[in-house]
Design a protein around this ligand. Structure first.
Ligand SMILES: NC(=O)c1ccc[n+]([C@@H]2O[C@H](COP(=O)([O-])OP(=O)(O)OC[C@H]3O[C@@H](n4cnc5c(N)ncnc54)[C@H](O)[C@@H]3O)[C@@H](O)[C@H]2O)c1
Ligand SMILES: O=C(O)C[C@H](O)C(=O)O
Ligand SMILES: [Mg+2]
Length: 447
């Protein structure tokens, strides 16, 4: 089975006779379509028009499905097929909006010249006041060079913009942060570091996104050292946080002792190496790792993990398997061991569909849509911005992971990504650790 990636909305009219909607649903199901939302558009005296969202594997299935619906009798009519995903992207997903009402000349003088000059002088004298009198304190740059956009590879920064805008939407709606996409027309680590440093005065945090390995490691390390605002590569640490949370939940439900479990990581790039490091730092004794790149395996070994040469062997020996290769269908179903936990996290398509892994005997299985760094980065940044912290530390990430695991309902691996309470709890957990760290620094400085 493949992941159903193509989403279309079908506008269907059904005469008001019981069973008609059922006929439509069965026809869609028989043509291989998964029904998502059903929205009633119009209820007339004799008919109802509904928008039915359908997910399918291939474009051709939409045509088959439309044909099958058109053949239904009894007055059922398919009015339109629309691509809601493309539609939602028309004109982009974000815009910059002013917070002030500009109605009168007095307003103009207050928010712009000449009033603004005095605010500039105040900030010139006390730069910290920029946090009070500008949006800088609530703004995070979402920086990409376009080299590892999801699992689509090096498709360039402009093609990656829809993902960056998506991250900005999540920052805004889940954490009230202004996330500003920054597209870099360079892949050179020196230039990336120089550029990000040069634009950093306008931000209180830097989220590095979809920057490929291995240069992402150097870029993040250097920026963390050279900037005094929090920097986090989402694909490394945001992913590691959520994966640790999912692993804790899975082990709890399956009765596996995580620290003594054999964990296998397939793909040791940005996400995979960070997940391995996070699990080892959490106390997992045995982390095995496979990658087609010998250098990636050396990196794992340098952090104390055990490189292996075959994915099949890793599947054969590990209790928990995590995959972040970007290669759909890489894990064959006959490799799945009964009782295994499988997190196939590549987007947009996983290494094995969760349903296939479960049918093959896995105890728990998930893909990158549910185990997704959306549960991590908004609350992590909200927490450090609230605490005015200059960095994101390992204890903050562990606190975020444990909070996500604690918010997970029994039997699930992670909470719902849009549960605002979860993002609030992550924020508070990170902020608590950050405030303690700030106090330690103040105490040390006063000694
Ligand atoms: N669910 C999430 O929240 C989440 C977060 C980050 C990344 N991801 C996904 O993980 C995937 C990788 O992202 P990344 O940023 O780590 O990319 P990356 O390019 O840094 O890493 C990919 C790694 O996989 C290895 N690889 C590729 N093909 C392989 C194969 N056939 N066998 C073994 N190893 C192979 C590469 O050598 C590389 O080391 C992407 O699909 C991305 O969408 C998901
Ligand atoms: O963007 C996502 O959905 C998660 C992650 O950052 C990825 O690159 O796949
Ligand atoms: Mg990403």
């Amino acid at each position: 089975m493949m992941s159903k990636q193509i989403i279309r909305t079908l506008m269907v009219e059904t005469p008001s006779i019981p069973g008609n909607l059922g006929k439509v649903a069965t026809t869609i199901g028989l043509a291989g379509g998964d029904i998502g939302e059903i929205q009633t558009v119009k209820v007339g005296p004799n008919y109802t028009i509904r928008n039915i969202t359908v997910q399918v594997d291939h474009e051709e299935q939409i045509e088959e499905l439309a044909d099958a619906l058109s053949r239904l009798d009894g007055g059922i009519r398919l009015h339109a097929v629309s691509d809601e995903v493309l539609h939602a992207h028309e004109g982009g997903k974000i815009h910059m909006k002013s917070k002030v009402d500009l109605q009168t000349l007095a307003d103009l003088r207050r928010v712009y010249t000449p009033g603004v000059a005095n605010v500039c002088r105040i900030i010139e004298k006390e730069p910290d006041k920029a946090k009070i009198y500008t949006s800088i304190g609530n703004s995070v740059a979402i920086v990409t060079d376009g080299t590892a956009i999801l699992g689509l590879g090096d498709i360039g920064p402009v093609a990656g913009m829809p993902v960056m805008e998506g991250k900005a939407v999540l920052f805004d709606q889940l954490a009230g942060i202004n996330g500003i996409p920054i597209l870099l027309n360079t892949k050179d680590p020196d230039e990336i570091v120089r550029t990000v440093k040069n634009i950093s005065p306008g931000y209180s945090g830097i989220l590095l996104e979809d920057i490929g390995s291995p240069h992402c490691f150097e870029v993040e390390e250097r920026l963390k050292k050279e900037l005094d605002i929090p920097v986090m590569h989402d694909d490394q640490h945001g992913t590691a946080v959520v994966t640790l949370a999912a692993t804790i939940s899975a082990c709890k439900s399956a009765g596996i002792d995580l620290k003594n479990a054999q964990v296998g990581q397939i793909g040791l790039g940005a996400a995979g190496l960070a997940i391995s490091r996070m699990l080892m730092a959490y106390g997992v004794k045995d982390v095995f790792g496979a990658d087609k790149s010998p250098d990636a395996k050396v990196r794992l070994a340098n952090y104390g993990g055990h490189p292996v040469d075959s994915i099949e062997m890793l599947m054969n020996t590990c209790d928990i398997v995590i995959a972040t290769t970007g290669v759909p269908g890489l894990i064959q179903k006959q490799w799945v061991r009964p009782g295994q936990v499988i997190l196939a996290l590549s987007n947009p398509k996983p290494e094995i569909e969760p349903e296939v892994a479960l049918q093959a005997g896995a105890a728990y299985a998930a893909d990158g849509r549910s185990v997704n760094n959306v549960l991590g980065f908004p609350g992590i940044f909200r927490g450090v911005l609230n605490a005015q912290s200059s960095e994101i530390t390992h204890p903050m990430l562990v606190a975020a992971a444990e909070t996500i695991a604690a918010c997970t309902k029994p039997g699930d691996l992670v909470p719902h990504p849009l549960d605002l309470n979860v993002h609030k709890m992550v924020t508070e957990a990170v902020e608590r650790v950050a405030v303690q760290d700030n106090r330690k620094v103040e105490y040390t400085c006063s000694l």
